[in-house]
Ligand binder design. Sequence first.
Ligand SMILES: NC(=O)c1ccc[n+]([C@@H]2O[C@H](COP(=O)([O-])OP(=O)(O)OC[C@H]3O[C@@H](n4cnc5c(N)ncnc54)[C@H](OP(=O)(O)O)[C@@H]3O)[C@@H](O)[C@H]2O)c1
Length: 253
Amino acid sequence: MRDAFGQPQTAILFGGTSEIGLAIVDRLAAARLRHVVLVGRNPSALEDAASALRARSVTATVVLADAADAASATDAVDQAFGALGAPCDLVIMAVGLLGDQAADDDSPERTATMFVVNTAWPAAVLAGCRAALVAQGTGQILVLSSVAALRTRRANYTYGAGKQGLDGFTLGLAESVRGTGVTVHLIRPGFVTTKMTGHLSPAPFSTTAPAVAEVAVTAVMKGTPVAYAPGILRYVFLGLRHLPSALWRKLPG
Ligand SMILES: NC(=O)c1ccc[n+]([C@@H]2O[C@H](COP(=O)([O-])OP(=O)(O)OC[C@H]3O[C@@H](n4cnc5c(N)ncnc54)[C@H](OP(=O)(O)O)[C@@H]3O)[C@@H](O)[C@H]2O)c1
């Protein structure tokens, strides 16, 4: 249960090795977080993250799941809530796969995997979490979308389109839980320097995982439905979404 100040004490992080996800957990651990379940595919990286949290007196449990297997979503949700063994205050969805657009372009298999990992599996997991949190009558869901969802680009259109699906699903999910005691918060970061983007040159307005975590935790605490990281991207993309295609394709990043 959230404490008297509304701080989450229990959380599940889907994408348990995500740099942004772990930065969010790190901030929560500095407040009132007592138990977190890390869900992911890499046992040793998950154990490393769990050990670091245990050293800070947070109970951390690992659940294995491969987001490239859409059918595993139900099991992942059941195992995560089972491992928590208590009402869940906060679900964080941080799974994401940037892919390699040149390799994805002509590959039906790679394209399908991109949509499973970025859209189908997260949406299926969120549906399961919705049911569990509504049954509790309380809880928050935080979803990491991207400004890439707002308008697809040649450089990463498969990723952007996958995020568009998740972004739209999350907005609908937020409407669907109105009045149930559950709230949904969507974060749209720009370019964040993490292992996902380490091979790329930073785009304009690039930011860091701790800075995104601050935006995300503030959104959860204040009940903000949609937040951008950094915040200025809300206004930048108001214009960019309507830029003529000839200009849009010339932009850097
Ligand atoms: N970095 C950015 O510029 C940026 C910008 C906007 C939005 N975002 C979004 O923010 C979220 C977190 O990204 P990040 O920057 O923290 O990158 P990250 O560290 O690479 O995190 C991505 C997470 O997705 C997991 N994942 C990928 N494929 C998976 C699979 N088949 N099965 C299970 N887990 C899988 C990764 O697990 P492994 O560690 O095992 O690969 C990792 O935990 C993602 O949703 C991303 O799309 C990132």
